[in-house]
Design a protein around this ligand. Structure first.
Ligand code: MN
Length: 170
């Protein structure tokens, strides 16, 4: 068991992705890549809300900054917004790779919109493992907040999806 990455700050990003179906890509820097989960309803600040998070392909670290339009015919075609970003710390004793392998991740987020502990729990394996993204009980937990609807715009540029599409689309 390695405690090497305990306390180390790494980056996280949540990209709002208006593809065939709108979803939120939750990405954690881990082992030199962005481990990624597609969350159809987006993250919640309410600990009683369990949000389905489908693990999807790793992305390069440089993708964390991407906001723009993926052309028709390409993987993930649609509009991408940097909805939230910041740093995270591993809250567990095991290193992140072990937590990921074992299907229980707990991270402390310091973002613009999301803060505090979030757990990812794997509920089904297979080609597209299914996890649940759950807000942990702490000072940042708030059942009345709903940042997905009340804070819909980019933390990077302040733009909404429509403006990104107009300015970055072909
Ligand atoms: Mn996506």
């Amino acid at each position: 068991m390695s405690k090497q990455d305990h306390g180390t700050k790494r980056s996280f990003v949540i990209q709002k992705h208006d593809a065939s179906q709108l979803h939120y890509d939750f990405r954690l820097e881990m082992s030199g890549v962005l481990k990624s989960w597609a969350v159809p309803k987006g993250p919640s600040t309410d600990p009683s809300e369990k949000r389905l998070a489908v693990e999807v392909d790793d992305h390069q670290l440089s993708y964390a900054d991407f906001e723009g339009v993926i052309p028709e015919g390409e993987y993930g075609a649609g509009t991408v917004m940097v909805w939230d970003n910041g740093s995270y710390q591993n809250m567990r004793e095991d290193d992140m790779a072990s937590c990921h392998r074992d299907g229980l991740i707990e991270v402390w987020l310091e973002g613009e919109k999301l803060r505090g502990g979030y757990a990812l729990k794997r509920i089904r394996g297979g080609k597209k493992p299914q996890w649940l993204l759950i807000k942990m009980n702490d000072d940042a937990a708030d059942a009345r907040r709903n940042p997905v609807s009340t804070e819909p715009d980019s933390v990077k540029t302040g733009r909404n999806l429509k403006t990104i599409r107009q300015e970055e689309g072909e």
